[in-house]
Design a protein around this ligand. Structure first.
Ligand SMILES: Nc1ncnc2c1ncn2[C@@H]1O[C@H](COP(=O)(O)OP(=O)(O)OP(=O)(O)O)[C@@H](O)[C@H]1O
Length: 688
């Protein structure tokens, strides 16, 4: 039964509408029903007249399946021939309609505009979207900068603190941070240059080097990205295109009657800019419907900007309708009480962390007398016990008691531990699906393959032999390595990197061995071969160039998804997914492992941070040697203090998203030995 609040959101005819409401209150539900209501009211309207922007591909799938279901229901329940035919068309149209992430939406606009040339960027629909150009630009930047320094006998001040590979990482992280926050890099550098004039000594020299390297990287990136873009470019270019070319902006405005945005709390500066360009007071512009929950904004690290969200809220407040929904339909009454109580207590115990708890009301009455014991369960690992094993055993025992695997989702803070949990499930023969696990290039099998390539290029170097022996390929067997070398050495020079990979796999029978112990690793090796083949199709590369590419990909910590592994026909499987990707989704039982983990020092205190008034600020400790020595620039400490508070606020929002994904039960997994004073999910959850 639709509530009166939901009905209002579905039926309002205001031109601009924002629905702001807590978790599980039906925002996505209302959004999909509104689409259907509009189609019902206007027989001339088609789903093709609408653009719906979702946050992830998974959310797109989710929305599409809801719409499919509704349209199918409409088609089935009507006997009127014309109406029936119309819904059939609409069902077919779903395959080609504009329901996608903001990145795909922007790409479609850029593609319509065709090849684009502006003074500061070029775009062609043929460009591929990858991060490779940034890595290439970084390599080139360091090569030219260092060569020039050496030629001019100039000291590199950073060398006093860190080796070059670390400097490369610091510069890349800083460059990405500036871009993901939608900041204009030239403005950031100008501000930094102005403020460093007032500084003296090491701090000034270091900042000068940071600025010089970033300036060069920016220039090189402009040149290198002619053939390939990275995802952030799509939003930036689209915004610039709509701002500079009114004809295109008008034609896009005319192509949609309605624009919908789900999960609007994670909007970025560019996304807000694009929406505002398309939906304005011009009578021909599309009507806008956005839904969001500021407590679920969890993408600050990638440029989500709550201030932008608030500015849109204010604008809609002045020009349209702001509506709220208060009833949670997702979770049991007990779970809703648990979430409300927890966040109230966290607020009382940690007043310094910004988080506005707004209690949810449940649609389901808890049983009297209220007992929360059914709603949550702790699993605490003793010293030496493994959390992946305990979780797999817990799921197995629940399945033995009648539960089905599909009821469980394990939600992770980070990608990397997923594999360990998946392997334990595989050991107990529990079916599972890994969703969007990233960090492909940092998996052991990929790094080990890189070591084998190194060995093939320089087989006489001791370090290469030792590293090759340590890999999963040879497990310290000198005989095996010797035999392998004898078999492969004659064919290295006349084969492509993809063919060489194939020989490595075949001679070592690595995939056959891995398929038993880690199907994921075996699938990843296949994916590596696929990527290598594609690389070779574009450019004819030699093995040593391939080694440089692989090294750059490993060093870049690029978000590349692990290979999908076939899960078979059985869709009744445990889901392993990150909390970030689970946003908008729901599962009967949510398992949250590794709750004792704290934020690492490098996250809490990044080497370089941005201050709105002074530009870039840094703090270094020597890479080798005494870690207590610090060299902060003058405004680093104040900047990082407020940055830290922002991080903890975001952590609380992440926890809120995680807990509110559950329909019936939350399983909390931590360590028995978790220091009371550490700031981590486990200590926050102890307040339940
Ligand atoms: N009026 C209703 N009656 C019954 N179930 C409903 C109603 N409204 C929503 N639901 C169900 O409640 C669940 C949560 O809805 P939905 O996913 O739309 O919430 P949301 O506000 O988008 O959540 P979140 O922000 O946490 O992702 C879904 O299973 C949905 O089908």
């Amino acid at each position: 039964m639709i509530t009166s609040e939901q009905k209002r959101a579905i039926e309002s005819n205001a031109k601009f509408i924002l629905v702001k409401a807590g978790a599980g209150t039906g925002k996505t539900e209302v959004l999909s029903r509104r689409i259907l209501r509009l189609l019902e009211d206007d027989p001339q309207l088609s789903i093709k007249d609408m653009a719906v922007i979702t946050f992830t591909n998974k959310a797109t799938e989710n929305l599409l399946s809801r719409l499919k279901l509704y349209l199918y229901h409409q088609w089935k329940s009507t006997s009127q021939k014309e109406t029936k035919q119309r819904y059939r068309y609409e069902l077919e149209n779903l395959n080609a309609c504009q329901i996608s992430t903001i990145h795909k939406f922007c790409k479609s606009i850029l593609d319509i505009a065709g090849p684009i040339h502006f003074h500061d960027f070029d775009y062609s629909p043929n460009f591929s979207v990858t991060e490779a150009s940034m890595i290439q630009a970084l390599e080139h930047t360091f090569e030219t900068w260092l060569t020039q320094r050496l030629a001019e006998h100039m000291e590199v001040f950073h060398e006093r603190f860190m080796p070059f590979h670390q400097l490369r990482k610091t510069i890349l992280d800083t460059y990405k941070m500036i871009r993901s926050q939608g900041l204009a890099i030239d403005k950031v550098l100008k501000l930094t240059k102005e403020s460093l004039m007032l500084e003296t000594g090491n701090s000034r020299y270091i900042k000068q080097e940071i600025v010089a390297l970033l300036e060069l990287l920016y220039q090189n990136h402009q040149e290198f990205r002619l053939q390939s873009l990275d995802p952030d470019n799509l939003l930036e270019y689209c915004f610039k295109l709509l701002t500079r070319d009114p004809d295109i902006a008008n034609s896009i405005k005319r192509s949609y009657k309605y624009i919908f945005v789900d999960e609007f709390q994670d909007t970025s500066l560019y996304q807000t800019g694009i929406i505002r360009k398309l939906c304005d007071n011009d009578p021909s512009s599309p009507k806008l419907f956005v839904v969001g929950d500021s407590k679920q904004s969890i993408y600050q690290f990638r440029g989500a900007d709550l201030a932008s969200y608030e500015s849109v809220e204010k604008w809609i407040g002045n020009n349209g309708d702001i509506l709220t929904l208060s009833t949670n339909f997702r979770s049991t009454g007990e779970l809703v009480i648990l979430v409300n109580t927890l966040f109230k207590k966290i607020k009382e115990n940690y007043p310094e962390i910004q988080f506005k708890p707004e209690p949810l009301q449940s649609n389901h009455k808890p049983q009297e007398p209220i007992s929360l014991t059914e709603a949550y369960h702790w699993i605490l690992a003793k010293k030496g016990e493994s959390q992946p094993k305990l979780v797999a055993q817990y799921i197995k025992s629940e399945i033995e008691r009648g539960a089905s695997p599909g009821e469980f989702a394990i939600l992770f803070r980070k990608n990397y531990p997923m594999i360990e949990f998946a392997d334990e499930l595989a050991q107990l023969q529990i079916p599972f699906q890994l969703i969007g696990a990233g960090n492909f290039f940092n998996q052991r099998e990929i790094i080990d393959t890189y070591k084998i390539i190194n060995f093939l290029l320089q087989p006489n170097k001791n370090i290469n032999i030792e590293e090759a022996l340590e890999t999963i390929y040879f497990n310290f067997s000198k005989n095996e390595l010797g035999r392998f070398w004898a078999d492969i050495k004659d064919s290295i020079n006349n084969r492509t990197p993809a063919q060489i990979l194939d020989s490595i796999y075949q001679l070592t029978k690595i995939r056959e061995r891995l398929i038993v112990t880690s199907p994921q690793a075996a699938a990843n090796l296949n994916k590596l071969k696929e990527l290598t083949r594609n690389l070779n199709v574009k450019e004819n590369i030699q093995l040593y160039e391939y080694q440089t590419w692989l090294q750059a990909m490993i060093g870049s910590h690029k978000e590349e998804q692990l290979s999908d592994i076939p899960t078979g026909e059985n869709s009744d499987s445990v889901t392993l997914i990150t909390i970030h990707k689970a946003k908008g989704l729901e599962y009967p039982t949510v398992i949250l492992p590794r709750l004792e983990e704290t934020l690492s020092k490098s996250v809490l205190q990044p080497a370089v941070v941005y201050n709105k008034a002074t530009g870039l600020e840094f703090c270094y400790t020597p890479y080798y040697g005494d870690k207590t020595i610090r060299l902060p620039s003058p405004n680093y400490d104040v900047t990082v203090e407020s940055y830290k508070q922002d991080l903890y606020s975001e952590e609380l929002r992440v926890l809120y998203v995680a807990l509110t994904r559950a329909e019936k039960k939350i399983v909390l997994v931590g360590n028995e030995h978790c220091p009371n004073n550490s700031i981590c999910f486990q200590n926050w959850l102890r307040l339940i």
